[in-house]
Design a protein around this ligand. Structure first.
Ligand code: ADP
Length: 164
């Protein structure tokens, strides 16, 4: 069984993430999308909420599982016998950061964990969870960026009455 993990904050999941999830799910027998419980970032959605959102958004892809983890990705991967991490690349700015993490993970894992990058589909290259949150917080339209039920949940968080 070829298994891979797609780790990230997913706060919340966007069409960009979902595009990567769909494409990666076709390359592996099982793809585990795992929400990182990152103590440094203050998220809009709790880890439990993000897991639920991801489960709903990926329910039509049978080989996708949703999970969460705390701590180092290499430990999580080792515990689950996973040797590939999937990450998405939007632009050169992602690349510098991602390259460093990928190399660190490979080294720290004793060369057991490799990272596979999928370049974003062009229509989602501009998308990020943080810009979606910023637009939504001012009542802007995020229907091009996230599934409808996710947009509703974001507007609820920001108390944008006329969008709920
Ligand atoms: P993190 O905080 O770990 O970067 P994110 O949830 O922001 O978590 O992103 C998770 C992964 O998805 C990263 O590899 C990121 O580059 C990728 N990603 C984010 N937005 C997009 C997008 N629009 N298209 C493709 N990949 C994306």
């Amino acid at each position: 069984m070829k298994r891979a993990v797609y780790p990230g904050s997913f706060d919340p999941v966007t069409f960009g993430h979902l595009d990567v999830i769909r494409r990666a799910s076709e390359m592996f027998d099982v793809l585990i999308v795992s929400v990182l419980n990152n103590k440094v970032k203050t998220p809009l959605f709790s880890v439990e909420e993000r897991v639920k959102i991801l489960q709903e958004a990926t329910k039509d892809i049978p080989n996708v599982q949703v999970d969460s983890f705390t701590g180092l990705l290499i430990n999580y991967a080792a515990e689950h016998d996973i040797h590939v991490a999937v990450r998405g690349l939007r632009a050169i700015t992602d690349f510098e950061y991602e390259l460093q993490i990928a190399q660190t993970n490979r080294k720290l894992s004793g060369e057991k964990l490799d990272t596979m990058f999928l370049t974003t589909s062009l229509e989602y290259a501009y998308l990020s969870s943080s810009s979606v949150k910023e637009i939504a917080s001012f009542g802007g339209d995020v229907s091009q960026c996230v599934p409808e039920f996710v947009a509703k949940l974001i507007y609820e968080k920001y108390h944008i009455q006329d969008r709920i």
